[in-house]
Unconditional design. Structure first.
Length: 84
């Protein structure tokens, strides 16, 4: 791993883990939460990620990518759980 990009990888992992923890906590504490609601949030995240009209920079783009990935992972795992 290149030293100059390791910090971005670390940032990605930190944001991903934090987002995933938050989603899991929300699911545990909100019995009315549905996959459709999380998919709705993900849809808005996709739109937000595409609106880079102001040049956000590498850190912000990394954080957005990690947030999107955490939501996608959370939805996939929840769907897997329901299909068992």
């Amino acid at each position: 791993m290149n030293q100059s990009t390791q910090w971005l990888d670390d940032k990605y992992r930190q944001v991903f883990d934090d987002e995933l923890r938050g989603l899991e906590r929300r699911r545990q504490n909100d019995p009315s939460l549905t996959i459709d609601q999380i998919q709705g949030l993900l849809k808005h995240l996709y739109i937000f990620a595409e609106q880079d009209w102001d040049g956000r920079g590498r850190v912000f783009e990394t954080a957005i990518a990690a947030t999107v990935a955490a939501h996608e992972y959370f939805i996939a795992e929840w769907q897997k759980e329901l299909s068992r």
